[in-house]
Ligand binder design. Structure first.
Ligand SMILES: Cc1cc2nc3c(=O)[nH]c(=O)nc-3n(C[C@H](O)[C@H](O)[C@H](O)COP(=O)(O)OP(=O)(O)OC[C@H]3O[C@@H](n4cnc5c(N)ncnc54)[C@H](O)[C@@H]3O)c2cc1C
Length: 407
């Protein structure tokens, strides 16, 4: 028997779902509930869904080769101080961002978007940049594109906590549980929970379940694929962390194993230690085959196999920095062919928002806002972004034909 009726339920309280919950609550057009499990304590034995945000560092920037990502990031970054003030949780480090690349087409695309959206970047060769950023050693002949604050980094765990705190302050309910199934009964959605015999009933639903989005959509499958990616962390002393002035950076390097790497400056993690984080796209990395494969990757320690390659890159760029230890964690990327997330109504009253393509943390608040508005209004109302760019594609994921690296 169902006990609770809500106007809107958001399934998945990760980066996008927590943002959607806050925006829906602020809109004040009815009762809102967000449902999703908190981070598991023991990943090796955890038998529920994992997330793509169990970490403390994500790059934030407006600079992008794709206009849509730049618009979304600009909107989200504008909201950071509002979310921090509403929650009392600080998650944003405006340390700046730098792209380092030598591909003419990618540089031209980024310059065009920066011009179009008035993003104040400075462009210099890697040789000239050494004068202002002496800690960073890139090979000669690269172009560096630097975006100043508020670009930099966000702490994704703290961003989720801040969004949920602000959402609750605005009147939303939150439930720490896993949704097993979404069914339509008598024109209402019945959400079966793992830990309760009683479903949650809602008039409208947003599915914001990241890598698990497809598993929750009744009778349709969107063309997305989940890719394993590793996070490698180099521990530094607090003294090094506090003295090392550097921006976040994304480096399209010449490397047999890695197509690109991204680096987040020293960040204090929940264990009280400081780490510089590096991750990147492995050339030819395959998608996970199924749910077992996905759980196996997240529960296991194969991410550690990537430490050597990442350490080689980080210690060559930060050649003067003394590292204390190295560790790695698994993570999940949900890809779409368009390189943009799906934000679409896939059935009457049912909105899907997932497919972050490895870029959605910084823009998650804006994606949550798009989904919340679509669910509440029942139609696309955004004048600046075209619905077709975010339209659901049903069926099997097709890898994109060109390179997507280094947006
Ligand atoms: C290694 C790595 C580095 C990245 N670096 C960056 C970066 O520098 N900058 C950037 O902008 N982005 C970055 N990203 C991408 C970004 O983290 C993701 O795009 C973002 O987390 C996607 O948000 P989401 O809400 O779709 O998914 P998630 O954050 O994964 O949230 C989905 C939520 O759904 C929940 N869920 C799943 N199934 C269920 C269910 N059945 N019932 C209830 N809840 C459920 C999960 O528990 C989870 O909390 C990175 C990603 C990875 C993996």
């Amino acid at each position: 028997m169902a006990t609770q009726g809500f106007d809107l339920a958001i399934v998945g309280l990760g980066l996008i779902g927590s943002g959607a919950t806050r925006h829906a609550a602020i809109a004040g057009v009815g009762s809102v509930v967000g449902i999703g499990p908190s981070e598991p304590v023991d990943w090796a034995t955890h038998d529920g869904p994992f997330a793509s945000h169990y970490d403390s560092g994500r790059i934030t920037r407006r600079l992008d080769a794709k206009r849509e990502w730049a618009v979304l990031a600009a909107r989200a970054i504008d909201q950071y101080p509002i979310i921090e003030a509403a929650s009392g949780i600080r998650f944003h480090d405006p340390c700046g961002l730098m792209f380092v690349r030598n591909d003419e087409a990618g540089i031209a695309n980024q310059r065009a978007v920066a011009d179009q959206l008035d993003i104040p970047i400075t462009i210099e060769g890697s040789e000239q940049r050494r004068a202002s950023l002496p800690h960073l050693h890139f090979p000669d002949g690269y172009t560096t594109l630097h975006e100043p604050a508020p670009a930099g980094a966000v702490d994704p765990r703290k961003l989720v906590a801040a969004q949920l705190s602000a959402a609750r302050n605005a009147g939303a309910a939150t439930v720490d549980d896993v949704v097993e199934q979404i069914e339509t009964i008598d024109n209402a959605f019945h959400l079966t929970l793992r830990s309760s015999a009683e479903p949650i009933v809602a008039s409208k639903v947003i599915v914001a379940a990241g890598a698990y989005g497809n598993s929750l959509l009744p009778s349709t499958h969107l063309a997305a694929a989940v890719r394993p990616e590793a996070i490698v962390k180099g521990e530094v002393s607090e003294e090094t962390a506090r003295s090392l002035e550097m921006p976040s950076f994304i480096y399209l390097l010449d490397n047999d194993l890695l197509d690109d790497v991204y680096v987040v400056p020293p960040t204090k993690y929940p264990d009280g230690k400081w780490y510089i984080k590096i991750g990147g796209s492995r050339a030819g990395a395959a998608a996970v085959a199924d749910a077992n494969d996905l759980s196996g990757w997240m529960q296991g320690n194969t991410a550690e196999e990537q430490i050597d390659a990442m350490r080689d890159v980080l210690t060559s760029v930060l050649a003067d920095v003394e590292f204390i230890s190295w560790s790695a964690k698994p993570c999940l990327i949900t890809d779409t062919t368009s390189d943009l997330p799906f934000v679409d109504m896939v059935a009457p009253g049912l909105t899907a928002v997932f497919g972050g393509n490895g870029h959605a943390a910084k823009s998650s608040d804006a994606l949550g806002a798009l989904a919340a508005t679509l669910a509440i209004e029942g139609r696309w109302t955004d004048a600046e972004l075209d619905a077709s760019a975010f339209a659901a594609v049903h069926g099997t994921y097709q890898p994109p034909t060109g390179s997507r690296h280094g947006n």
